[in-house]
Design a protein around this ligand. Structure first.
Ligand SMILES: Cc1cc2nc3c(=O)[nH]c(=O)nc-3n(C[C@H](O)[C@H](O)[C@H](O)COP(=O)(O)OP(=O)(O)OC[C@H]3O[C@@H](n4cnc5c(N)ncnc54)[C@H](O)[C@@H]3O)c2cc1C
Length: 338
């Protein structure tokens, strides 16, 4: 799909909660905005979205469709495509290349490309992802309360997950999945015991599924432990290739390197903002939307002041435009009236 124009004040890459909220605020500020979205939001495998006030339980696709409808009311353009490159044009602005070969110019960029969850290679796991194979106690924990929950150990965050899920069900088992029992410090064993979490050693061989539901966890040797839900820590990989090509600095986090942003979402590259899961793994939908809001508002104010400073400098240099003169006359009249 082609964009209507070849230049925009802001191009937003990614149309999930973060990118669309930035678009909403910029559209309401009457900026010319293009959102380019490849259409693969992170929570697409889940049937319901939780924890977003007033939208709790709404299907994620329905939520995004509603925001897309809202932004078009403000003149924001949205196209289904993938940005393959975003490069500085030498004047502090950017040239954006789309997978369909199109190119658009952007004064500013918002990168809201999200992240990819990599699952361990265990037979049966990927097929159930987002249904009864889950990762987030706040997103889907309440819905699996009181059920038989397996937590797969992959890294230390699994301990934290097991403890969080223990407040939702009294039947939580941590599967060490080949990790050495001796590698878990004594304090972990103590806390797991205090939370009533049982622990099973041995490598996990597969997830058993019966009647289209998870029914158990099979460990090496064939023994099956009946379980209804599997919790798995994913490896969260930011979709940050555009940001790294632009030279944006990253910072180390417990989940690996993520782009460094200031509280408004501005990266270390002037003119480039990043929001949502592209900037960190803990951004749930409401946080991603909030980051998009902050970036949109800051970016609008920054563009406004840049343009006004330019106009003031022009005036000082004796270059007057008819529109600028009319604006000054209006301001003076208003001041006299006051
Ligand atoms: C299974 C699952 C269930 C979840 N459930 C919940 C829940 O119930 N509640 C909750 O708050 N959070 C939930 N989350 C987390 C939620 O998915 C994220 O918080 C949210 O998606 C982050 O929004 P985002 O806009 O940063 O990224 P995304 O929603 O992932 O959107 C990024 C968009 O950018 C697009 N994109 C990427 N690269 C490009 C490119 N180069 N060009 C164009 N477009 C591009 C992608 O296709 C995608 O559409 C869940 C996550 C998972 C994995």
């Amino acid at each position: 799909m082609q964009s209507k124009k070849n230049a925009y004040e802001v191009v937003i890459v990614g149309g999930g909660a973060a990118g669309l909220t930035a678009a909403l605020i910029l559209g309401r500020s009457r900026r010319s905005v293009l959102v380019v979205d490849a259409g693969e939001p992170r929570n697409a495998p889940a049937a319901h979205m939780h924890g977003f006030p007033s939208r709790d339980g709404m299907p994620p696709a329905e939520f995004l469709a509603e925001v897309r409808r809202e932004i078009t009311e403000y003149g924001v353009e949205l196209i289904r495509d993938r940005v393959t490159a975003a490069e500085p044009d030498g004047s502090g602005e950017f040239e954006v290349t789309l997978a369909d070969g199109g190119r658009v110019h952007a004064r500013r960029l918002v990168i809201a490309t999200g992240l990819v969850d990599e699952l361990p290679d265990i037979p049966g796991l990927a097929e159930r992802w987002g249904d009864d194979v889950i990762h987030c106690p706040f997103c889907h924990g309440y819905e699996v309360r009181d059920r038989a929950i397996a937590v797969l150990y992959r890294k230390e965050t699994a301990i934290h997950q097991a403890l969080l899920f223990s407040s939702l069900s009294s039947d939580v088992t941590l599967f060490l999945n080949g990790a050495d029992e001796d590698d878990l410090p004594d304090e972990h064993w103590q806390t797991l015991a205090a939370a009533g979490v049982s622990v099973v050693s041995g490598k996990v061989d597969g997830i058993e599924v019966t009647d289209d539901r998870v029914s158990g966890v099979r460990i090496e040797g064939g023994r099956v432990f009946p379980r209804a839900v599997v919790v798995v820590p994913t490896v969260m990989v930011p979709r940050d290739s555009l940001l790294s090509a632009l030279g944006a600095r990253t910072k180390d986090t417990p989940a690996g390197p993520f782009v460094e942003v200031d509280p408004t979402g501005l990266t270390t590259v002037p003119g480039v903002w990043a929001v949502g899961n592209a900037t960190g793994p803990a951004e749930q939908v409401v946080n991603a939307a909030s980051a998009g809001y902050r970036a949109g508002a800051t970016l609008h104010a920054q563009l406004l002041h840049t343009d006004l400073e330019r106009e003031v400098a022009r005036r000082r240099a004796g270059v007057f435009s008819p529109e600028g003169e009319r604006a000054v006359a209006r301001a003076r009249r208003a001041a006299v009236g006051a």
